[in-house]
Design a binder for this molecule. Structure first.
Ligand SMILES: Cc1cc2nc3c(=O)[nH]c(=O)nc-3n(C[C@H](O)[C@H](O)[C@H](O)COP(=O)(O)O)c2cc1C
Length: 305
C-alpha cells in the first residue's frame, strides 16, 4: 500500500530521513529503520575532513530552525568504514549525500561510496551557507553538469539525485541535469537565513548566515516540487522541507513527490514522527478509497489539465 519505487530503489514506504539531521552512524541508521523510515540519507560527506563551524551553529527560532553546521564530516576515507557498518546494520536503502568544492572531489566521494555499497547518491548542490560549496556550485551550470557527469561515471549505475536550492534557477539546472542523465531530484535544501541577538547587537551564528528549515519553509518546498512535476512530469522527486505530519507529507506527494524527506521534525518530535506519518497515510488511503500511495503522486496537478 505504501511501497514506492524511486529511480529503481524499492522503498517500503515513501519516508526518507533527510540529510544531516542526525549525524551518520550505523546505530542511528538502525534506529531510523526501526522507527519505520523507508530510506536513510547520510549527512553530506566530502573528500577531505571538515571540522565545521564554531558554536553557536544551531538555533531553535520557535518558528523553524537556523543552522550553520558547515558540512562538518570526517571525509569519505574515514566514513567508508561507517558506511560498511551501516550497510550491514540496515536493510533500507542508504543514500550517500555527497559534497565538495570541485567536480573531482564529488567524483572521488561517489567512487568510494559505490565501492562500499551505497544504494544511491544525493549530490548536494544546494547547501546555502558554505563558501565554494553547495548552492554556489549549483549556481554555475557548467560546474554542476561536470559534477553530474563525473558522479554518473563513478556511481556504478546507481541512482543519483540532485539536491536543489530554491535560491537559484532550479528549473534551468533541472532541465540540463536530466539531459545529463540525473535520476531524480531532492527539493529543497534549507533557505539562507540570519538571526540577530539584540543585546549583543550581532548575528547569533558564528558563520553569520545559516540554513532555515522546519514547517515555515514548507510552502516554498511545495512550490519547487510542484514546478518540477509541472515541467518534467513523472521524474522521481524527493520532497523535503517542513514536513512534520502525514498531512504535510501528503501535500508533497500530491504536488509531485514520489518520496518525502523528514528533517527538522525529528529534532522537534523525535523518531516517532515516522510511525505517526505512516499511520496517518494508511488511514487516509483507506478512508479516501486509494489502494496505493503511488496513485496520489502529482494528483494536485490534474485540477489544471
Ligand atoms: C542541522 C541540519 C543539518 C543539515 N545538514 C545537511 C547536510 O549535511 N546536507 C544536506 O544536503 N542538507 C542538510 N540539511 C538540510 C535538510 O536535509 C533539509 O533539506 C532541510 O532541513 C529542509 O527540511 P526540514 O524542514 O524537514 O528540516 C540540514 C538541515 C539541518 C536542520
Amino acid at each position: 500500500m505504501l511501497q514506492v519505487e524511486l529511480a529503481g530503489l524499492k522503498l517500503r514506504n515513501p519516508l526518507i530521513l533527510a540529510s544531516g539531521i542526525l549525524g551518520s552512524s550505523a546505530s542511528l541508521a538502525l534506529r531510523v529503520e526501526e522507527a519505520g523510515a523507508g530510506a536513510y540519507t547520510t549527512k553530506t560527506i566530502t573528500r577531505d575532513p571538515r571540522p565545521g563551524y564554531l558554536n553557536p551553529s544551531f538555533i531553535d527560532l520557535g518558528i523553524g530552525y537556523l543552522n550553520a553546521i558547515g558540512l562538518a564530516n570526517p571525509g569519505i576515507d574515514d566514513f567508508a568504514e561507517e558506511l560498511d557498518l551501516m550497510k550491514k546494520a540496515v536493510r533500507i536503502p542508504v543514500i550517500l549525500s555527497v559534497g565538495g568544492g570541485s567536480p573531482e572531489e564529488y567524483e572521488y566521494v561517489v567512487k568510494i561510496g559505490a565501492e562500499r555499497g551505497a544504494d544511491a547518491f544525493e549530490l548536494n548542490l544546494s547547501c546555502p551557507h558554505v563558501k565554494g560549496m553547495g548552492a554556489e556550485l549549483g549556481e554555475d551550470l557548467d560546474v554542476a553538469l561536470e559534477i553530474i557527469r563525473r558522479a554518473r561515471a563513478a556511481s556504478g549505475g546507481r541512482p543519483i539525485f540532485l539536491k536543489l536550492s530554491a535560491h537559484y534557477n532550479y528549473l534551468g539546472l533541472a532541465e540540463e541535469a536530466l539531459k545529463a542523465g540525473i535520476s531524480g531530484f531532492t527539493a529543497i535544501n534549507t533557505l539562507r537565513g540570519l538571526a540577530i541577538d539584540v543585546y549583543a547587537r550581532a548575528p547569533i551564528l558564528s558563520n553569520v548566515y545559516g540554513g532555515y528549515s522546519g514547517p515555515p519553509i514548507k510552502p516554498v518546498a511545495l512550490r519547487v516540487v510542484y514546478e518540477l512535476y509541472e515541467n518534467f512530469g513523472k521524474v522521481p522527486i524527493i520532497g523535503v522541507g517542513g514536513v512534520d505530519s502525514w498531512v504535510s507529507a501528503l501535500e508533497m506527494v500530491l504536488a509531485g513527490a514520489s518520496a518525502v524527506g523528514v528533517g527538522s521534525a525529528i529534532a522537534a518530535n523525535g523518531f516517532e514522527i515516522f510511525g505517526e506519518i505512516i499511520e496517518g497515510l494508511r488511514k487516509y488511503l483507506e478512508t479516501e478509497g486509494f489502494r496505493r500511495i503511488t496513485e496520489l503522486v502529482g494528483l494536485a496537478h490534474e485540477r489544471s489539465v
